[in-house]
Ligand binder design. Structure first.
Ligand SMILES: Cc1cc2nc3c(=O)[nH]c(=O)nc-3n(C[C@H](O)[C@H](O)[C@H](O)COP(=O)(O)OP(=O)(O)OC[C@H]3O[C@@H](n4cnc5c(N)ncnc54)[C@H](O)[C@@H]3O)c2cc1C
Length: 475
């Protein structure tokens, strides 16, 4: 088993910054990511993007090229195309690589696993042609692919507007935007406005205003206050039909593709499988891990940086990656206390500045009850095809929490291992039982975190058996 000073999981802005800093400080560090290249969500495909695609995706994307180049120039070992499927609290990390299963060990882990899109369990969300906007954006960033035919974008939040504009700039015209942001969010958002004008908040506000103005300038058909959404498939041509209400008007739209997006939430599975403690963040409407000022989780030696610790954007993700790295360098005896504290304070200051607009964004784009506690006919668990009606019925019959619900209905036991249904199930329990979300709890996350084959496991143990005499000989 290979030993490292630190293992960083996730090669997005947080993981790249952490690995680059650790390597510059003289640590032996391995950076793991399931993708074939570093970049994470925001800088996906940045090393191979054409100048046209870079121009389309903008300055934030271009900046990623420099960060990835700095990582490549460092001594950090990159384990790409590699999925972490099991991790133990003593620092043993099990990876699935293209060459088979391997184990590594480090006393310091940095989880920089980023965010995932909040599930949007509307009736019809599992139909062919209905996907997340993040998924559509991955096709654009990685392969320059735009959806064919009429496209409906439904949802709210920065990525909703950003992707629409990216499509328009790439030449797509047959788009209709259906905005689900609610008017009742305006007052709480307005209260957060003065704070959003401080620090770097102005930059995000200006960016948002620029985005909305550009969409207006391009005359993208735009409907606000959209609710009561359901999607069905046209029986004859297989196209999609979306029914909804805007105010008191009932509307119907036809499309070939529908993109859904209701904001992003921290990815929790790896940290949960380690037993890290989580708290419910009411304003962000999401669970986030409990972390010290040094970004250490409730499990000693396990740090959580970037969006996995709470949504903050790429500047915050990078700064947090540097904080975790400098603390680890200090613990390794490679960085004195004074420069470590200076680095930590500078990065914390940057985070504070870049987080001033977050309360406003969280309130303005807060998901509606329709998304959090969907109607009965919507599927809560799409892997096992379990409806919200069935979940409500099981709760009424006495299921005492998400884990017992698995025994009732097999929710969360399909290939995604509860990634997509966990928050919906938690909300349904909270609503039916009238209890706070923190009291509902969460699925116990079990290994494997990603699918692995029995053949992979057999090969791994076979190789271990062959290695045994050699290990004994050296001992
Ligand atoms: C779908 C989506 C699209 C986004 N697009 C934009 C955008 O266009 N512009 C913008 O400003 N912000 C965007 N964001 C927000 C952006 O992700 C954050 O601002 C920032 O990139 C967070 O950086 P990070 O390093 O914390 O995580 P990420 O950039 O998300 O990186 C996490 C990395 O960890 C890897 N990973 C996770 N689990 C495992 C595992 N078990 N094994 C191996 N690897 C693993 C992931 O594949 C990913 O590469 C997007 C977010 C999402 C969810």
């Amino acid at each position: 088993m290979t030993q490292w000073d630190a293992i960083v999981l996730g090669a997005g802005p947080a993981g790249i910054a952490a690995a680059t800093r650790l390597s510059a400080g003289g640590a032996r560090v391995m950076l793991v990511d399931e993708n074939t290249a570093p970049g994470g969500q925001i800088w996906r495909g940045v090393e191979t993007a054409s100048p046209q695609r870079i121009a389309l995706l903008g300055a934030d994307y271009l900046y990623g090229q420099h960060r990835v180049a700095a990582l490549r120039a460092s001594t950090a070992t990159l384990a790409l195309n590699t999925v972490l499927w099991r991790v133990e609290s003593d620092g043993v990390v099990w990876l699935k690589t293209p060459g088979g299963l391997v184990r590594h060990h480090s006393p310091h882990l940095i989880l920089a696993t980023g965010a995932m899109e909040r599930p949007v369990p509307l009736p019809g969300w599992t139909l062919p042609g209905v996907t997340t906007i993040g998924g559509l954006q991955i096709l654009l960033k990685k392969n320059g692919i735009l959806p064919a035919g009429p496209l409906l974008l439904l949802g709210t939040g920065p990525l909703f507007y950003l992707y629409a504009l990216q499509c328009i700039k790439a030449g797509k015209r047959d788009i209709v935007m259906l905005d689900t942001a609610q008017r009742r969010n305006w007052l709480p958002a307005a209260k957060a406005f003065p704070h959003a004008l401080t620090g770097a908040g102005r930059y995000y506000l200006l960016k948002g205003i620029g985005l909305l103005s550009a969409l207006r300038w391009h005359r993208v058909p735009f409907f606000t206050g959209v609710s009561d959404v359901s999607i069905v498939q046209e029986p004859l041509h297989g196209g999609l039909v979306l029914h909804c209400r805007t105010g008191r008007t009932t509307r119907t739209f036809a499309a070939r593709q529908i993109g859904l997006h209701e904001g992003v939430i921290p990815e929790q599975h790896v940290a949960r499988s380690l037993g890290c403690a989580f708290v419910w963040d009411e304003i962000a409407a999401a669970f986030k891990p409990r972390r010290s000022a040094e970004l250490e989780s409730s499990v000693a030696g396990v740090f959580i940086a970037g969006d996995a610790g709470g949504i903050g954007g790429y500047h915050v993700a990078e700064a947090e990656g540097r904080i975790a790295a400098s603390i680890i360098l200090h613990r390794l005896g490679k960085l004195d206390a004074t420069p470590m504290r200076q680095e930590q304070h500078a990065a914390q200051h940057l985070c504070q500045s870049h987080l001033t607009s977050r309360p406003l964004l969280n309130r303005l784009y807060a998901p509606s009850p329709e998304i959090l506690t969907p109607q009965d006919s919507a599927l809560a668990c799409r892997c096992e095809e379990i409806s919200c009606a069935a979940v409500r019925e099981a709760i009424r019959l006495g299921a005492n929490g998400p884990n017992q619900l698995k025994a009732f209905l097999r929710t969360g036991m399909g290939p995604c291992q509860g990634r997509l249904c966990a928050t919906t199930i938690a909300h349904l329990f909270a609503a039916e039982r009238h209890i706070p979300l923190e009291d509902v709890g969460f699925y116990h996350i079990r290994n494997p975190l990603a699918p692995i084959s029995v053949g992979d496991l057999a090969d791994f143990y076979q190789e271990q058996k062959h290695c045994l005499p050699a290990i004994q000989a050296t001992e």
